[in-house]
Design a protein around this ligand. Structure first.
Ligand SMILES: NC(=O)c1ccc[n+]([C@@H]2O[C@H](COP(=O)([O-])OP(=O)(O)OC[C@H]3O[C@@H](n4cnc5c(N)ncnc54)[C@H](OP(=O)(O)O)[C@@H]3O)[C@@H](O)[C@H]2O)c1
Length: 366
């Protein structure tokens, strides 16, 4: 998208698993279906975790002389408390390497991709502004929040304009279903499919016994009955946006909001968990799953299937019970004018995404 807008993109990337940055980026563009790496994209091998971005002094100064704007989208997106130190380094502590580079370069505009969940445990309406929050659901939210503040302070001091973009939960392309990652929205669905396949493929006497222990039974036409209650909020739902909406919105805001501000790139219509359960059951021929409110969920003890499902999906629990509203007045003012809107995550889009997920075996080599 940036290359189509006439920018020269200097793309900082690091090696991984014996693959050089060039190789990795080439594979990415192949996956995107472009004819090789576009000529306006130049790869800069580097690492944000290293001082001087892992560049030689000569390369560092050469790069600094060429950069007018920086888009910072790299992040450690794990929620795991066990990885706290690594996540803190990637998202917050080492941000000063990039901010320091911005100050030494020609950069006059810093674009920071944060997250709507930098709002932490704030309830009600989450404003499209820097907020003061001290309580978070996980280390990812916390470090993104701290990074926002750090970037705002640093850029303010150095006279660099700053836009903060806060997407909610991003899923694949709403038209093609394409995605590289199967976390977030995909993960609880993937677990249900995994459990379904576990019992269906072992559908002999012995596994029937195993299934029965879990309360699972089989119906005609490959239907499986899974008695599972999923805790959901009375209102609200999961705030989902497709990646194609995110890129269009990001690009429109970047081109329009030239003074520096904070923007929520979110969906005005969060998807109720009950709808996603309905879509999942319909697509994967499952019955027995229902969304229940907390008081009903807690009124009886969890069955084995519920305990198993909850253990796997614990980190996403609060995002499935989200009643908050992300104010997006400023983003909407720009996007409405440009005719960019977030599609409703309906059954048709869900099916497109799941067909893609199944076609690529949920990102696992078969
Ligand atoms: N996906 C969502 O639902 C969502 C929602 C809200 C906000 N966001 C934000 O959107 C951005 C992109 O998210 P994503 O889902 O695309 O995440 P992702 O798939 O985990 O990608 C993160 C990228 O950051 C790179 N990176 C991390 N540390 C780096 C370092 N030290 N040096 C160079 N590159 C580094 C990673 O490179 P490697 O491949 O080398 O590790 C990876 O390409 C993030 O800032 C995230 O916080 C995402």
């Amino acid at each position: 998208m940036l290359s189509q807008q006439g920018y020269t993109v200097l793309l900082l990337a690091r090696p991984r698993d014996n693959a050089a940055p060039e190789e990795r980026i080439k594979a990415l563009f192949d996956w995107l279906g472009t004819d090789g790496i576009p000529s306006c994209v130049q790869i800069v091998p580097g690492d944000l975790n290293c001082s001087d971005l892992g560049l030689s002094s000569a390369d560092y100064h050469l790069l600094a002389s060429r950069v007018d704007e920086i888009i910072h989208c790299a992040s450690d997106t794990s929620f795991s408390e066990r990885k706290r130190s690594q996540i803190e380094k990637a998202n917050f502590e080492n941000l000063h390497h990039l901010l320091g580079f911005a100050a030494k370069s020609r950069c006059c505009f810093f674009h920071f991709i944060s997250t709507a969940y930098a709002a932490g445990k704030r309830r009600g309406v989450c404003p499209e502004a820097l907020v003061d929050t001290r309580s978070f659901f996980n280390v990812y939210e916390e470090t993104k929040h701290r990074a926002e503040k750090s970037a705002a302070e640093y850029c303010g001091r150095e006279g660099i304009r700053l836009n903060i973009y806060r997407p909610s939960i991003v899923y694949g392309n709403s038209r093609t279903g394409k995605t590289l990652r199967f976390n977030a929205m995909y993960y609880p669905v993937k677990i249900l499919v995994f459990l379904k396949n576990l019992y269906l493929t072992k559908n002999g006497e012995q596994s029937r016994e195993g299934a029965e222990k879990m309360g699972i039974s089989f119906g005609p036409g490959g239907t499986i009955h899974m008695p599972l209650r999923i805790e959901a909020a009375a209102s609200g739902g999961i705030n989902l946006i497709p990646v194609n909406f995110f890129t269009a919105a990001f690009s429109a805001i970047m081109e329009t909001a030239l003074d520096g501000d904070v923007f929520h790139i979110t969906n005005d219509k969060p998807k109720p968990v009950s709808d996603i359960i309905h879509y999942t059951q319909k697509f994967f021929t499952i019955t027995g799953i229902q969304a229940v409110q907390t008081k009903d969920f807690q009124s009886s003890s969890q069955n084995r299937l519920e305990m198993l499902f909850n253990r796997y999906t614990q980190v996403y629990r609060q995002y499935m019970q989200d009643e908050r509203i992300f104010d997006n007045t400023k983003a909407a003012a720009i996007l409405d004018r440009k005719g960019i809107s977030c599609p409703d995550f309906d059954y048709s889009i869900f099916s497109t995404c799941m067909q893609y997920a199944e076609a690529v075996n949920w990102g696992n080599p078969s």
